[in-house]
Ligand binder design. Structure first.
Ligand code: G3P
Ligand code: CA
Length: 232
């Protein structure tokens, strides 16, 4: 079972910053998950469009220019990273990257940036998983770039999400730990989907999910969660 550092090693470092990602690499994570919005066509790494929770700014990211956003403190003197900076940081490593699309207008700039990353950083697109709760964005991406690996994010099991993800030709279904059960995992895997579960930091959940045979968990504490894995 793989350990995906949720917003980097965000339990101990400011979430979605280069510092949190560097520390997740040090902690032995297999992959990094980040959240992105687009501002003026530039993809930035932040979870909320409101600035107050994670920076010393206020209001919405859309009220500012990229230059102004780059002046903000995202914790411990860190800046809000661009997606390009994250791709540069991870390019020489073997980790894979899960980019969660938060903003509606992220698809076009993402495709441009991934093309640039492949040409200039030799970033293998197979090291990428693009996910979103907005399944229209994923369908749009699939139409434009059929080879991209997609993760269909689900917050509950109220509808038949695994069938939907299969129809979307997704690589994975990414589920909330509160709702997942063995039947769901078995069904998703029979449909050829990988199963990743968020956000998992508790020992009993880690043991249960390993038992279910899920492919990976999003953890805020990659080193600690990794240490709790039994041999697999
Ligand atoms: O991608 C898994 C998880 O990050 C989804 O929820 O709110 O933490 O972005 P959230
Ligand atoms: Ca996320």
């Amino acid at each position: 079972m793989q350990i995906i550092a949720h917003r980097g090693a965000s339990g101990d470092y400011p979430e979605n910053t280069l510092l949190a990602i560097e520390q997740a690499i040090v902690q032995g994570a297999d992959a990094i998950e980040i959240d992105v919005f687009a501002v003026d066509g530039e993809l930035i790494v932040i979870h909320d469009h409101h600035l107050a929770r994670t920076t010393n700014g206020s209001g919405s990211i859309y009220q500012y220019t990229i230059e102004q956003l780059m002046q903000l403190d995202a914790g411990r003197g860190q800046r809000i990273p661009t997606l390009w900076q994250v791709l540069q940081l991870l390019a020489p490593t073997s980790l894979w990257l899960n980019i969660e699309l938060k903003g509606e207008d992220t698809v076009a700039p993402l495709l441009v940036l991934l093309d640039q990353a492949q040409r200039e950083l030799h970033f293998d697109p197979n090291r990428l998983l693009i996910s979103s709760f907005n399944h229209h964005l994923l369908a749009d991406l699939k139409r434009q770039q059929p080879d991209l690996q997609l993760g269909a994010l689900t917050a509950c099991l109220a509808v038949d999400y695994a069938a939907f993800a299969q129809q979307l030709q997704a690589y994975s279904i990414n589920c909330d730990v509160s709702f997942i059960n063995q039947a769901f995992v078995t069904d998703a895997k029979a449909r050829g989907l990988n199963v990743y579960v968020y956000t998992v930091d508790q020992a009993d959940d880690i043991a249960r999910l390993q038992q279910y045979g899920v492919d990976g968990i999003f953890s805020n504490y990659p080193a600690r969660s990794k240490a709790l894995l039994t041999d697999n």
